[in-house]
Write a protein that binds this ligand. Structure first.
Ligand SMILES: Nc1nc2c(ncn2[C@@H]2O[C@H](COP(=O)(O)OP(=O)(O)O)[C@@H](O)[C@H]2O)c(=O)[nH]1
Ligand SMILES: Nc1ncnc2c1ncn2[C@@H]1O[C@H](COP(=O)(O)OP(=O)(O)O)[C@@H](O)[C@H]1O
Length: 184
């Protein structure tokens, strides 16, 4: 992968608004492409295989790890998540700016492998707002919410490891700021 500047990492705690902001960015920028990750977590209502994620069982996920088919992978809140290598390579070759919406461990792996990639950490306005956003989203059971919130402290404390840290107050403004960072 030569043009690593076209590889953008968007990270930050669960519920901060990564997915929402990425959607807004993709609406505004037609030359950007969001990598579709593989995961062992159960699909949420309305999520489609091959669209939101590739939903795999653990056996298949581990097989892919052994075959070196992931650019990075990590465990998060009891499940595996990973970025499939081949589609990212293909899109970069075609000239797309590739976005990876991933948690902190995977973000570190990408930073180490591709020093020219750009990394952006999204922060919540405060902890109470983060919890409100996760709860109001209404997609998780209490146990999964607790796991995500307890992980959030650790993730937020890693925010200074990344190239930029932005507070996600407003979706449209955050999307615009990220596009500007990527393009300058
Ligand atoms: N390392 C890594 N993390 C991922 C990947 N795909 C998604 N994630 C992250 O895994 C975490 C959990 O994702 P998800 O279960 O969809 O929950 P949500 O963040 O609460 O919407 C989030 O921080 C995602 O950004 C991936 O391919 N690799
Ligand atoms: N700037 C914002 N202000 C208020 N609510 C937001 C904002 N960004 C995202 N949200 C809401 O917060 C919840 C979590 O957002 P989501 O994009 O799923 O987060 P993540 O992908 O980081 O887990 C969603 O219900 C979303 O609509």
């Amino acid at each position: 992968m030569k043009n690593q500047k076209k590889l953008i990492i968007l990270t930050g705690p669960s519920g901060v608004g990564k997915g929402t902001v990425v959607k807004e960015i993709l609406c505004k920028e037609k030359n950007f492409w969001l990598s579709i990750s593989a995961t062992t977590r159960e699909p949420r209502e309305g999520e489609k295989d091959g669209e939101n994620y590739y939903f795999l069982n653990q056996e298949k996920f581990k097989e892919m790890i052994e075959q070196n088919l992931f650019l990075e992978w990590a465990q998060f809140a009891g499940n595996y998540y990973g970025t499939p290598l081949s589609s990212v390579n293909e899109k970069i070759k075609k000239g797309f700016t590739v976005l990876l919406e991933i948690e902190v461990e995977g973000a570190r792996q990408i930073k180490n492998k591709f020093p020219n990639s750009q990394s952006i950490f999204l922060l919540p306005p405060d902890k109470e707002e983060l919890e409100r956003r996760i709860r109001n989203r209404g997609t998780e059971k209490e146990e999964a919410i607790k796991k995500r919130l307890s992980r959030a402290n650790y993730e937020i404390s890693a925010s200074n490891e990344f190239d930029f840290a932005l507070t996600n107050h407003n979706v449209d403004e955050t999307a615009k700021k990220i596009i500007k960072l990527i393009k300058t």
